[in-house]
Design a protein around this ligand. Structure first.
Ligand code: NAP
Length: 287
């Protein structure tokens, strides 16, 4: 049973375009209910022109929220206080008011690390990692890998110049851009992370033939949905410990919740709400 809204209820919102597909409201409202805090989380479709007013207005009213595509970079410029993760990645996905100042964080960085630990991928410290993709999510993952002491990160992306740009912006001498998949032949890596958009649909081609590498210790695919991403299926068939992006979705949401409410996030309630929402989406309509 949801508690009724009162004059004390604080508003949290997801700002982006589109937002109608987002599962963040399901996860965050389940967390609000489980933690018995007085808030409500809504998804608000918002254009570039509305972003500043909505973000700053909601925060200054004592609330906060998340920012998603295409506004994460713009949001980084709108907050007053940027976390180290925002400064490293140039992207902000979480905002809130603290001591009359609007703070911004990029919880994809902490969310990736928490998810990696939760799926048994361990810590990236000292690890050799293959990062597939060079978009916004790749920037967050690479920042986390650098900060946690990865030994070497190989970056492979369809568009070589974007891989080079991510490596230059977020990486250091531990990052090596791999121009084409055949240059990975017989490489051994501890962790593979897929941050490409391939995997959202079950018909997507694999972002990489895993058989090229001689050894893969664990694999985390950031894609999630009703179907297992094809790369996760391929990894499972090879006996590689692996997971899709659901745990990271919960983990980055949990990190946001903890910034807003300054208490531990109710992870089990968030995971259960996500599972139920996905099951509802896959169930045939009951007309
Ligand atoms: P993005 O900035 O648009 O980057 C997309 C990446 O996918 C780029 O590297 C792009 O390569 C690559 N790509 C797209 N289509 C491709 C294709 N047909 N073949 C090969 N590569 C292709 O998106 P993003 O924000 O980084 O998100 C990427 C994925 O991560 C999405 O599936 C998103 O849902 C997921 N994600 C999940 C979580 C989570 O919590 N689980 C969090 C963040 C993101 P080019 O540079 O060549 O275009």
């Amino acid at each position: 049973m949801r508690r009724p809204c009162t004059a004390e209820t604080r508003l949290y919102a997801l700002l982006g375009d589109p937002v109608s597909h987002s599962l963040s409201p399901v996860i965050q409202n389940a967390a609000i209910d489980a933690a018995a805090v007085d808030g409500i989380y809504l998804a608000l479709r918002c254009g570039q022109g509305e972003l500043a007013g909505l973000l700053r207005g909601i925060a200054l009213a004592g609330g906060g929220g998340n920012v998603t595509l295409p506004h994460k970079e713009a949001a980084a410029a709108l907050v007053d206080e940027r976390s180290a993760a925002v400064r490293r990645t140039g992207a902000c996905n979480t905002f809130w008011l603290e001591d009359s100042v609007i703070h911004g964080d990029n919880t994809d960085v902490a969310g990736f690390l928490r998810a990696l630990a939760a799926i048994g991928g361990g810590s990236p410290s000292g690890a050799r990692v293959l990062l597939l993709g060079a978009g916004g999510a790749a920037r967050a993952v690479l920042a986390a890998l650098m900060d946690e002491g990865a030994d070497q990160v190989l970056v492979l992306n369809r568009t070589l110049s974007r891989a080079q740009a991510v490596a230059t912006r977020v990486g250091d001498q531990r990052v090596r851009v791999v121009p084409s998949p055949d240059q990975l032949a017989d490489e051994s890596v501890d962790i593979v992370v897929n941050t490409t958009s391939l995997g959202l649909s079950p018909d997507d081609p694999l972002p990489l033939d895993l058989g090229l590498l001689s050894h893969i210790g664990a694999l985390l695919d950031l894609a999630y949905g009703l179907h297992e991403p094809p790369l996760v299926t391929a990894a499972r068939q090879r006996g590689i410990p692996c997971a899709d992006g659901m745990e990271m979705l919960v983990a980055q949401g949990a990190a946001s919740f903890e910034k807003w409410w300054r208490r531990e996030a109710p992870l089990d309630a968030m995971r259960a709400a996500l599972r139920q929402a996905l099951a509802r989406r896959s169930a045939p309509a009951a007309d």
